[in-house]
Design a protein around this ligand. Structure first.
Ligand SMILES: NC(=O)c1ccc[n+]([C@@H]2O[C@H](COP(=O)([O-])OP(=O)(O)OC[C@H]3O[C@@H](n4cnc5c(N)ncnc54)[C@H](O)[C@@H]3O)[C@@H](O)[C@H]2O)c1
Length: 438
């Protein structure tokens, strides 16, 4: 069958990127985009800006940049908006976060200072360690959702935006499991009126985005849009959604290394991971209830990649431990250690040690950019509901019900690029390559 591609509306006019949370990740993203627009730095780490895509046969020599292949919004056409529980401008928040050098921030100070967060929907119970003042009030959670819907409409009008996307880059909320009120939209909406404690603020933002026809990407591990009521709303309103939890740092390394070990049928006895982290995210995760949400997200990765049920002799009994310790002196410069106990031919034991001195927000910022641009593309291409092709960006990819998530980063990248080829009516690449030997 010949794939004719899909009709993609042009990326004309302005794209508003609405950020929930204006902390380390968001300000590093916004400042980075402004610096790149001025030619002060390169968009390293961003597939949409630097990546290429091979089209046709290897001998065709067609490998355009992704941004020249599919119609993405230009950086010059992005306008930023945000909500945060602290009223600091993006400039002050970036200075506080201490990720980027003051010199760079001063060069984009005007743009950052003009980005002031709208009052947030927040409740202490869901993020125990933070105390802010820039918070909306309302009689119930439905009224708070309505306030957010008004914010979204006003932002779009005031900034003359053609389209909007929303990215959750706010703190990790306490661990919640899906229960009855999350199962259908009717019941969820009633629960909003009833102020049900099982509705976290992130769900209220997601609901407001979807009601406004705005794509929603979830960069944290909290459930947010990953509940049947909201996936149904996304389908109904034809809006793309994706999540959860930006894949950076240690989990990025795991999903690079684990597929390699498995490809060579090397066995695993144990994988011990520990982190020291001193930013506000680390402080929030120091609360056991928030850590539980993160831990669940981090733990599932190896189980899925190694498939213990398929390879019981190699992976049937490995131990996987993940720790995060809040250690203020390090700020955003996390250190992640991994000790990996593997075994090879005849069961002989070996060890691998990784010490990744990374910068959390430097790894996460380009993911925010790519997700904002790809989610906008998906909407213009008429793609609705869960965008599994964006699993590449997440620790805990959201999928259709009853489908296990794909964690192997190489499969994720192939899926992402084949989705772009498919959108444009190009042949999918299977890597079979027999035609070169005919
Ligand atoms: N940096 C990474 O590598 C990485 C990777 C995966 C996930 N994440 C997640 O991304 C999120 C942001 O990380 P960060 O380092 O920027 O954290 P941060 O603490 O610097 O920023 C989060 C901001 O969200 C605000 N906030 C909290 N609840 C809010 C609400 N209900 N509405 C609006 N604002 C709210 C906080 O006040 C804070 O300013 C965290 O959930 C983190 O777990 C980060």
């Amino acid at each position: 069958m010949i794939n004719k591609g899909v009709k993609i509306a042009p990326a004309s006019g302005k794209l508003g990127v609405l950020l929930v949370g204006l902390g380390a990740v968001s300000t590093t993203f916004v400042a980075g985009v402004e610096a790149i627009k001025r030619g002060l730095a390169a968009p390293v780490g961003s597939l949409t800006q630097m990546g290429t895509i091979r089209l046709g046969k290897r001998t065709d020599n067609r490998s355009p940049k992704i941004k020249d292949f599919v119609p993405l919004a230009e950086l010059d056409d992005i306008v930023f908006g945000a909500w945060d529980i602290f009223a600091d401008s993006a400039f002050d928040a970036a200075m506080n976060a201490g990720v980027l050098e003051k010199d760079l921030l001063n060069q984009v100070s005007e743009q950052l200072a003009s980005l002031k967060p709208m009052p947030a929907v927040f409740e202490q119970n869901y993020v125990k360690r933070l105390h802010g003042e820039n918070i909306k009030t309302g009689r119930n959670k439905m009224e708070l959702a309505e306030r957010l819907i008004e914010d979204i409409a006003k932002f779009k009008l005031d900034n003359n935006c053609d389209r909007l996307v929303m990215v959750w880059a706010a703190s990790t909320e306490i661990f919640l499991e899906p229960i009855a009120i999350h199962q259908s939209l009717d019941v969820f909406e009633k629960a909003l009126y009833d102020n049900d404690p099982a509705i976290a603020p992130s769900m209220i933002y997601a609901y407001a985005a979807l009601k406004s026809g705005v794509p929603f990407a979830n960069g944290a591990p909290n459930l947010s849009v990953d509940i049947p009521a909201l996936t149904a709303l996304a389908e109904q309103n034809r809006v793309p959604i994706c999540g959860k939890d930006f894949k950076t740092g240690q989990t990025l390394m795991k999903t690079i290394l684990a597929p390699g070990l498995k490809s060579r049928m090397l066995g695993l006895e144990g994988w011990y991971s520990t982190n020291i982290l001193g930013n506000r995210d680390g402080e929030v995760l120091d609360d056991p209830e928030a850590f539980r949400t993160k831990e669940e997200s981090k733990l599932s990765v190896l189980e899925h990649i190694f498939q213990p049920e398929v390879y019981p002799d190699l992976y049937g009994n490995f131990s996987h431990v993940v720790r995060i310790n809040y250690y203020p002196p390090r700020g955003d410069n996390k250190e992640g250690w991994d000790n990996i106990d593997i075994f090879g031919w005849l069961g002989y034991k070996m060890q691998i040690k990784i010490d990744f001195l990374c910068r959390d927000s430097i790894l996460a910022a380009p993911l925010c950019l790519d997700l904002a641009l790809f989610m906008d593309l998906a909407q213009r291409a008429g793609m609705k509901g869960v965008q599994e092709w964006l699993s590449f960006y997440f620790k805990s990819p959201q999928t259709a019900p009853d489908l296990y998530p794909e964690h192997d980063i190489f499969i994720q990248l192939m899926k992402l690029k084949n989705t772009l080829r498919n959108m444009k009516g190009e042949d999918l690449i299977t890597h079979l390559g027999l035609e070169y030997y005919d």
